[in-house]
Unconditional design. Structure first.
Length: 264
């Protein structure tokens, strides 16, 4: 069985992120046969990163500094995130797409972990989580409530073998359900996606493949050796805004991004 250290897993996550974002940003010129595997690979990314977010939370000596670093690169990436992901997928109406990128989602996940450890009355924590965290993350954050719940599952499940596969499997199931709901558009938050799917029905077929990446991620994380491998402390942070900027720049050059949605 293939054994993977942290360095290799993080590179797999980065590659999956890039290929997925290529499909979204360049959807209008993306061949459908190529969109399937590239979009599916995106499901690998956050299940892997969420695992290491929890590991980082458990071992960091300065949580505040860790969160500040995430927020800094999240702010740097923010305009490129909107251009590369929200505008193309929104079909001229980017408002439905979460405006707070994955760095902010990670920070929210860390806040949830801190609340879980600090609030001793479990019923109070879960009430706060369901009533406040889930709706807020669903509306404003990339990966919606799925991301924060994945981080939480990695933290609260004690059995190491189970926690490594339960969280990615949960994500995969959620994305399948979400894809179906998006097609029917029963909620205002996904009406923009439903409009896009109406004009791009092929994307409704591509979208559920994201779950495949999540399920594969469960196997990859399960085979994590616990070894760090080569260090890449700043690589992911810097790579995130850079790759979005490059994708957006290419899309602008090809006329794939309509800046009129911003009144330009």
């Amino acid at each position: 069985m293939l054994k993977l250290d942290a360095y290799k897993l993080k590179w797999i996550a980065i590659i999956g992120m890039v290929t997925n974002h290529m499909v979204i940003t360049w959807w209008e010129i993306m061949p459908i046969w190529l969109a399937y595997p590239l979009y599916a690979a995106g499901g690998l990314t956050f299940p892997i990163m969420a695992y290491f977010v929890v590991e980082g939370y458990r071992h960091t000596s300065n949580l505040g500094k860790y969160m500040l670093r995430l927020l800094t690169f999240g702010l740097i990436a923010a305009p490129f995130h909107i251009l590369a992901l929200a505008v193309p997928l929104g079909g001229g109406n980017p408002m439905f797409y979460p405006w707070l990128n994955i760095m902010f989602s990670i920070v929210l996940g860390l806040i949830v972990l801190k609340l879980y450890d600090k609030i001793r009355i479990r019923a109070l924590f879960w009430l706060l989580y369901v009533v406040v965290i889930v709706p807020v993350s669903f509306i404003f954050f990339e990966w919606y409530f799925i991301g924060t719940t994945m981080v939480l599952l990695y933290h609260i499940i004690r059995n190491e073998n189970i926690r490594r596969i339960a969280s990615p499997i949960f994500a995969g199931v959620c994305w399948i359900v979400f894809s179906l709901l998006a097609g029917m558009a029963p909620m205002p938050e996904v009406e923009g996606l439903a409009d896009m799917l109406a004009t791009n029905p092929a994307f409704q077929v591509v979208m559920p493949t994201f779950a495949i990446g999540c399920f594969v991620a469960a196997l990859l994380v399960k085979n994590y050796t616990g070894e760090r491998g080569k260090r890449m402390k700043w690589l992911f942070y810097a790579f995130y805004p850079i790759h979005l900027a490059v994708l957006a720049a290419v899309a602008l050059a090809l006329g794939l991004i309509d800046l009129s949605v911003f009144g330009l």
